[in-house]
Design a protein around this ligand. Sequence first.
Ligand code: GRF
Length: 207
Amino acid sequence: MRTPLRLAVLVSGRGTNLQAIIDGCKSGEIRGTVSVVVSNRPNVLALRRAEDAGIPHYVIQSRDYGKWPDCRNEYERAIIDILKDFDIDLVVLAGYDRLIGDVFLNAYPQRIINIHPSLLPSFPGLHAQKDALEYGVKVAGATVFFVNPVMDGGPIIAQEAVPVEEKDTVETLSARILQVEHCILKRAIRLIADGRVSIQGRRVIIT
Ligand code: GRF
């Protein structure tokens, strides 16, 4: 990968992970730059964060392309068109709540990463923290992985655990996990930017 790495960050909501990446690039921790932010939802805090950082940002809504999932290919092509304009090296899904389809995967093979608030392969899906709490695990955490066609099932780049405490609610556990999300997401991008990450089958090798 060339450096500074040109990053696209896809978001859907409040954008604390986006903010961590922006800050990590700014401080020099990550040899990269957030070149563009794309949201599938209008008026979200993540877009304000991009605006405040002077980063070009776009809203691409699937409903403008037809009914989901029939419109998926066209919707993904619209996002890819933007990313191509910005000559993107790595796509980071940071709280982005849409599944990635073949069109996107083929446009950026092994160059899309995602952050998930559980220790995968436990608790994939949209309610990871709640599912972990209800299951009764004593250790929770977060995972950064390369996106593949299996939901939350791609090769794992980084993971970090946090304890589950007796008094935890979904909110308190989510907040504890979020702190480690920010750390491991920045760490994973830094390792990729530094050319230290390769994929061998299911395993990600870090040198
Ligand atoms: C994070 O918990 C992320 O793991 C999940 O959605 C949340 C997004 O948070 N997929 P933010 O928008 O980065 O603050």
